[in-house]
Write a protein that binds this ligand. Structure first.
Ligand code: ADP
Ligand code: MG
Length: 373
C-alpha cells in the first residue's frame, strides 16, 4: 500500500518500507516526567513509511494524512529550521541523526498512517520512530531499537519543541501488540506485561483536541517541578504512600498535582500486578481511580470527557475507563469484557454524542479488528 503511494507520488520505486505503532497508555498519566512508572500498550494502528535515497541533499516528503495543500513538503539536509508544520517531525529526525554523526544523503519519503493525528494515541512518536526505522534500513545506520527511541525523544523535545516524556517513543520502538510495556521512566528499564485474557480494549476519541506543545501541559510540568522542589525530592515519584500527609501541606494547586502523581505511580504498579494475576476487576477499578485523580487532583480532564468516562463506566460490558494521554481532550480507553468491545464502544459513543453534542469517534476496535472477527 505505502509502496504504491510512494510510486504514484515520486514516480519511482521505494527502496525500503517501515512502520511503527501508536499506543494507549493503560495507566500512569503524567508520571513519565516525574520519575515514575507508565504502562503503555502498542496498538494495531500504525504509521507506515516508504523511502528511497536521493543523490543530493534534498528531502521530499509527502503525507496522506494532512490536508492536500500541505501534503508535500521539502527540506535540505544541514539546513533544517523549525516551521511549525508537520515536516518538522522529519526535519527533527534528520537533524538529530546528523548531530549524532550518522551519515546519509537526501531521500524521498511517503507517509500513511491509521493512527489519528492529535488524538492522544502518540501519532507523533509513531511517525518519528517509523521514519527512523526507515532511514536505518535505507542508509544502514548503526542504531538499536532503544537508540531509536531516545533519538526520537530528543527529536521531539529539542527540535519540534514538544516537552514530552520518553514513554511514547519507547513504546513505539520497543512495544509489541497485545503486550503492555511497564516502563520505569527514571532508569528506562522495561518489562513486558501481557494483556490478561477475558478483556478487550476499546478507545473512543472525545473529538476534543489537545495542544501538547503549548500552555497547559507545560504548566503542569512546571507545577510538578515546583512541588518536588518544595518537598526537597529530586522527582515526585521518589515519594510513597506514607508521604501523602506531607503532600497535603503544600499550597493548592501543588498539593493536588503531587497527590495525583504519587498515587498514580502506585496505581501503575498495582495495575501491572493485577494484569499479571489476571485480576481484571481490580484493573478496571484502578482505571476509574486514575481518571478521578486526573479529573480532581491533576485537573487535565474536561467536563465532556468526564461524561464519556461516566457513560462507559455505567455500561454492563465495561470494567473500567479513563482518559489516556496528556489530557485537555484526547481519547478515553475502555476495559471491556472480551468480545464485547466493539458493541460497547458504539453504545457509549452514541450516548456521549446525545448527551454532550460532541461527535466522538470509535478508534478501537478499528476496521481491521472488526473485520478479523
Ligand atoms: P499525538 O502524538 O497524540 O497524535 P501530537 O500533537 O503529539 O499528537 O502529534 C501530532 C502531530 O504529529 C501532527 O499535528 C503532525 O504534525 C504530526 N504527525 C503525526 N502523524 C502524521 C502523519 N501521518 N503525517 C503527517 N504528520 C503527522
Ligand atoms: Mg505526540
Amino acid at each position: 500500500m505505502i509502496d504504491a503511494s510512494f510510486a504514484t507520488i515520486f514516480g519511482r520505486e521505494a527502496a525500503v518500507t517501515a512502520a511503527a505503532p501508536g499506543r494507549v497508555n493503560l495507566i500512569g498519566e503524567h508520571t513519565d516526567y516525574n520519575g515514575g512508572l507508565v504502562l503503555p500498550l502498542a496498538l494495531p494502528l500504525e504509521v507506515r513509511v516508504a523511502i528511497a535515497p536521493r543523490p543530493d541533499a534534498t528531502v521530499r516528503a509527502w503525507s496522506a494524512n494532512v490536508p492536500e495543500d500541505e501534503a508535500r513538503a521539502e527540506l535540505t539536509l544541514g539546513a533544517e529550521r523549525r516551521t511549525g508544520g508537520w515536516i518538522d517531525y522529519v526535519q527533527a529526525v534528520t537533524s538529530t541523526l546528523a548531530g549524532d554523526g550518522h551519515v546519509m544523503s537526501g531521500f524521498d519519503l511517503a507517509i500513511a498512517s491509521d493512527v489519528p493525528l492529535g488524538s492522544g494515541l502518540a501519532s507523533s512518536a509513531a511517525l518519528l520512530v517509523a521514519v527512523l526505522r526507515g532511514l536505518r534500513s535505507a542508509f544502514m545506520l548503526a542504531l538499536t531499537d532503544r537508540e531509536i527511541a531516545t533519538a526520537a525523544h530528543r527529536a521531539e523535545t529539542e527540535f519540534v519543541g514538544a516537552p514530552v516524556g520518553v514513554m511514547d517513543q519507547l513504546v513505539a520502538s520497543l512495544g509489541r501488540e497485545g503486550t503492555a510495556l511497564l516502563i520505569d521512566t527514571r532508569t528506562l528499564d522495561v518489562a513486558d506485561v501481557p494483556m490478561p485474557s477475558g478483556v478487550e480494549l476499546a478507545v473512543i476519541d472525545s473529538g476534543l483536541r489537545h495542544q501538547h506543545a503549548t500552555g497547559d501541559y507545560r504548566v503542569r510540568r512546571d507545577e510538578c517541578m515546583r512541588a518536588a522542589a518544595r518537598l526537597a525530592v529530586p522527582y515526585l515519584c521518589a515519594l510513597g504512600r506514607r508521604d501523602l500527609p506531607r503532600l497535603a501541606t503544600l499550597p493548592a494547586p501543588l498539593s493536588g498535582r503531587a497527590r495525583h502523581v504519587v498515587t498514580e505511580h502506585l496505581r501503575v504498579a498495582e495495575a501491572a500486578e493485577a494484569m499479571r494475576a489476571g485480576d481484571v476487576e481490580t484493573l478496571g477499578r484502578l482505571w476509574l481511580a486514575s481518571h478521578a485523580s486526573e479529573r480532581d487532583d491533576f485537573e487535565v480532564s474536561l467536563p465532556a470527557i468526564d461524561t464519556l468516562v461516566d457513560l462507559a463506566a455505567a455500561d454492563a460490558a465495561v470494567l473500567g475507563a479513563r482518559l489516556t494521554g496528556g489530557g485537555f481532550g484526547g481519547s478515553v480507553i475502555l476495559l471491556c469484557r472480551a468480545g464485547e468491545a466493539a458493541e460497547a464502544a458504539i453504545r457509549v459513543q452514541r450516548a456521549y454524542q446525545t448527551k454532550t453534542g460532541h461527535a466522538g469517534r470509535v478508534l478501537l476496535p478499528g476496521e481491521t479488528e472488526r473485520q478479523r472477527r
